[in-house]
Design a protein around this ligand. Structure first.
Ligand SMILES: Nc1ncnc2c1ncn2[C@@H]1O[C@H](COP(=O)(O)OP(=O)(O)OP(=O)(O)O)[C@@H](O)[C@H]1O
Length: 637
């Protein structure tokens, strides 16, 4: 066949090159999809310009030295470990890989920095560049172009996104869905500068006991907490009740809720959806209580993107074997689910190790009784409450162990225990220092490092920050949910009584995070009596962030925030303008822009000097408040 120019011997079971003298005009040869493993000398193929050896078993490529016309060589899908003798050839097209996943074969070439896959078919695949950069993260150049840092970050975010990225995306979509709906003001949980709505999140791997602990905590501290019921698409286990454990919904309903912007966060776990709705939190907040929820790590990452600032407590099994046994004895999970749950213990531990402060507390949960004892102590510590009976009630571990001794009043009357007087259990729980960033020394060290890393601010910068903070405070004034300022103080208030009394006398020493109830006589009522006052003006029987709209605008209230009492709060009320209100304003000769005098704007039953109550006359109606009666009002000055 002296005139043969193209030879297609593909898709055979050839193990060897033909042992014949090839025609001298043979230009294109296709030996792909065969079983060849040894490259013989191809010097006889002198006119060859295109050679396809894809899908064979070659480990070494050589013997092409005399193919002086070879411009296209395709070697994809082989087991190549060595290529030689190509450097003198006029090759324009070299195909080593045709699918992106083949790049993994060169993943082990840890010295490889530059890779040129130009004119490979792989280039035509979607997102080819990012995919290769992701697979070969040590590359500095690809296809004769520098690999930039941005490309590396995008590649990782695309193919193996870190938890923050997943959470940020998820948060973004929930926000967008929410914004697409008619706006609802969740007035009980509105964010505020000084005291965000308090939440407690118990996190940890599946079935580590956090759900039972959350329920128990809510039962015992029922004056402070209520259980935030999430939605799920999984079916109820035996004994589980709709609404008390979860809102059990269908997949379709869940997706509808997502698209209606109902959720603050969602997560898919073991093939089911879980989600915490805004309404679930708001329901609890309307009762004047803090919301307590349990969730997996991904949920924590998502919540960190929201305006809520919960306390996060990690419940972690320290004995993985025992934890695995516990999962097995539940007889609810498949083997894969158990393995996943056990493996996630390490993920939690890693996050805790690598991100000091990510969790507010870490409590080992191998022993449920001990875990609860520690948890309740930690929570009491957060709340700044002392037990009036003196005895640690957690020692009685009955499900209905409800403490009526723990009362909201004690938040005001009693200072939280100084660290040295804390019960030993709390220190016991922190016996694993590598796991517990809440350890005092750990935090001190962290703060020191942080301070060193943060460049000092110039006076101009400080003044600018101050001005911006002032503006934000002014904007938020009247919306501060003061009812919660006592709950979940960020720093434990351990001042000795002498200092405390000095603080009371000297407002300059007071901090917005400190109990404000005793600054002075007038102020005294702002904390303790806010419920009372709210009641007068809005029917709210106890303080809540909704009640904060109706708090006093008196000098004491404002001096706390360093504000001038004449500051007009930002009017967000236009969102909720209704006809009646407009009518009222017209009748009384006030337009929304006309200057208002505090006394004119008060509702008939309201006391004077209350910021917010008058400034937000057209807020949505404040609901009737919690079921349990609030603390009894102290006498008015
Ligand atoms: N909204 C949520 N976001 C993220 N994770 C959630 C959410 N709601 C529940 N979870 C978590 O999803 C996991 C699976 O929940 P599920 O109730 O099916 O598990 P379980 O076997 O009953 O274990 P547990 O006792 O931990 O609830 C649990 O770790 C639970 O805490």
């Amino acid at each position: 066949m002296p005139y043969l120019i193209i030879l297609d011997a593909s898709h055979n079971q050839l193990t060897d090159f033909f042992g014949f003298q090839p025609p001298k005009n043979l230009k294109e040869v296709n030996f792909s999809h065969n079983q060849m493993s040894v490259m013989t000398h191809l010097s006889a193929y002198s006119s060859l310009s295109k050679l396809n050896l894809d899908y064979n078993c070659f480990s070494e490529i050589g013997g092409l030295l005399h193919c002086a016309s070879l411009t296209h060589l395709s070697l994809a899908h082989n087991k190549i470990s060595c290529i030689s003798g190509l450097d003198k050839l006029p090759i324009k097209d070299l195909c080593l890989i045709s699918e992106i996943k083949e790049a993994t074969h060169i993943h082990d070439l840890c010295l490889l920095r530059e890779l040129n896959l130009q004119r490979n078919p792989v280039q035509e695949q979607l997102d080819y560049r990012l995919a290769v950069i992701f697979l070969l993260q040590h590359l500095t150049g690809l296809d004769q172009e520098k690999v930039t840092v941005e490309e590396k970050v995008s590649a990782v975010n695309k193919y193996d996104p870190p938890l923050e990225v997943v959470a940020a995306r998820e948060n973004m979509s929930h926000m967008v869905y929410q914004l697409m709906q008619p706006q609802v003001i969740y007035d009980s949980t509105l964010p505020s500068l000084d005291s965000p709505y308090p939440m407690l999140v118990l996190t940890g791997p599946q079935a580590c006991g956090k759900r039972e602990l959350a329920h128990k905590l809510c039962r015992e501290f029922n004056d402070f907490f209520a259980y935030g019921t999430c939605h799920t698409t999984r079916g109820p286990y035996f004994g589980e009740e709709d609404r008390s454990n979860y809102h059990f919904v269908t997949e379709e309903d869940f997706q509808n809720m997502i698209h209606m912007g109902k959720f603050l966060q969602t997560m898919q776990y073991a093939g089911h959806w879980y989600g915490l709705s805004r309404e679930a939190i708001e329901d609890v907040a309307r009762e004047g209580l803090a919301c307590c929820v349990h969730m997996e790590l991904e949920g924590v990452f998502s919540l960190k993107n929201s305006h809520f600032e919960p306390r996060y407590i990690l419940m972690i099994p320290t004995d993985k074997e025992q934890y695995g046994r516990r999962l097995r004895t539940r007889a609810l999970y498949t083997r894969t689910q158990i393995d996943t749950a056990v493996a996630r213990v390490d993920t939690y531990a890693l996050i805790n190790r690598e991100r000091p402060g990510f969790f507010d507390n870490v409590i080992p949960c191998d022993e449920p009784v001990e875990a609860y004892r520690t948890l309740r102590q930690v929570v009491k510590d957060y709340l700044g409450v002392e037990e009036q009976g003196g005895e640690d009630q957690s020692t009685t571990d009955t499900p209905d162990n409800t403490s009526t001794e723990l009362k909201r009043d004690s938040l005001v009357d009693e200072a939280p225990p100084a660290p040295s007087t804390r019960p030993e259990t709390i220190f016991k729980s922190r016996s694993a220092p590598d796991m517990d960033p809440s350890d005092h020394n750990y935090r001190k060290y962290y703060n020191k490092v942080q301070a060193q890393l943060t460049p000092e601010k110039t006076s101009a910068e400080l003044a600018s920050i101050h001005r911006r903070q002032q503006l934000v405070r002014e904007a938020l004034m009247g919306k501060s949910p003061r009812a919660y300022t006592q709950l979940f103080k960020r720093c434990v208030h351990t001042a000795p009584s002498s200092l405390a009394s000095q603080t009371q006398r000297d407002p300059a020493l007071s901090s917005p995070m400190m109990p404000r109830a005793s600054h002075d006589g007038q102020h005294n009522h702002s904390e303790n009596n806010s419920s009372d006052d709210s009641h007068a003006s809005s029917g709210l029987s106890i303080p809540s962030s909704a009640g904060a709209f109706s708090e006093t605008a008196g000098p004491a209230g404002c001096s706390d925030l360093g504000l001038d009492t004449t500051v007009e709060p930002l009017d967000v009320s236009s969102l909720g303008h209704n006809l009646d209100m407009l009518k009222d304003q017209v009748e009384s000769g006030h337009t929304p822009d006309a200057p208002r005098h505090g006394s004119e704007l008060l509702s008939p039953g309201a006391t004077t000097a209350r910021p917010g109550s008058n400034a937000k006359p057209i807020l949505p109606p404040i609901l009737s408040g919690r079921k349990t009666p609030g603390p009894s009002p102290s006498p008015k000055p």
